[in-house]
Design a protein around this ligand. Sequence first.
Ligand code: F0G
Length: 419
Amino acid sequence: MSLSLSADRPTVPDEADNGVWLECIECGETYAPFEAVRYTCDECDGLLEVRYADLPTFDDFEGHGVWRYAPALPLEEGVTIQEGATPLYEVPRLEESVGVEALRIKHEGMNPTGSFKDRGMTVGTAVAKELGVGRLACASTGNTSAALAAYGTRGGMETLVLLPAGKVAAGKVAQASLHGARILEVDGNFDACLDIVQDLASRGEVYLLNSLNPFRLEGQKTIGLEILEAFQADYDAFPDRIVLPVGNAGNTSALYKAFRELVQAGALEPEEVPKLTGVQAEGAAPMVEAIENDADEVRRWDDVETRATAIRIGNPVNAPKALPGIRETGGTAISVSDEEITDAQRDLAREGIGVEPASAASVAGLRKLRAEGIVDDDERVACLTTGHLLKDPDAAAAAGGDPEPVPADTDGVLAHLEE
Ligand code: F0G
């Protein structure tokens, strides 16, 4: 198993460009990083990862945001809208009610387009420019399309997004639209959209910027690096566990890669690596099924449904990278109901933190794992909230209270308040 927490350094292949290359996680085939467009291995169709001859330690990072971590990224700079450096909120009441030693919320909704996708796009769109491709595309449950549209246009490129018709939250479609993406509404679910966009990419029609693209996950590693640095500063220790919502399992893969690289660099001991803990909605939980069954592969779910539309995904394409991440770090995966998700969304809202439903899955999952005794009361935990409340205004309004109609005069308002 190549994706383990080992301190072994890789041999640098001839294809490396400035110490950077692509490697297949299945067969080990290596490729030059920026010479040709490639998303999977030519030999075995396995997933590719970006590899580095030199890996940085914490001392090598300087500056602010995603590009603070340039020494851990394939390029020196990206197409930037000042992404990253998101808050790691304290939530004292929630911490107490969940019952852990420390709980912090890494709110990725505070990125420029309101989700963690910006971290991947700042790198992915810069690589697209380096490769000289014309049209960028993605399949999306919404957030990827918003980020692609914004970063694509900022980088001066055309963007095309394929969305499952009727299943994308209003804020996300609005973003993709205003930032100038061409939006195709597909009569099918996200997985069908991804099948089509992969076909378009393999026919050379578009450059694919879903998380199958190994460069995007490089940017998303910075979530893990920020959490580790902030915990070190606040607690003089790394978190015991990071809990995150899972769709395509891109973040799970990216965080695991960040930790593996720190271990290789000698900046983190294998036993210090936080337990990666994934949460899915009950109606779309193929990763949880694979973890529970100790399976090597994830079974594709053809019918998926959840209020958390961002993670309404039945075929998590990054599973081969993410399953070892959950297992090797001693983590786990759990599914939660839509009601538990909405309750967690309200819990976060009461702390002043506004998130979309998928994001609240992390907190719902932590609560459930704590209740089941799988998470201990002495753990220090970071929950990732992946997208902003305003992404899905309809879900927020449904979870909140209703406006009350009143007459347009003060006495009438007072009378109503006293009722
Ligand atoms: N949370 C939110 C808010 C998301 O938008 C997504 C994925 C995830 C969690 C899951 O992350 O795929 O890394 O496991 N959204 C994609 C999209 C699929 O198209 O916006 P993952």
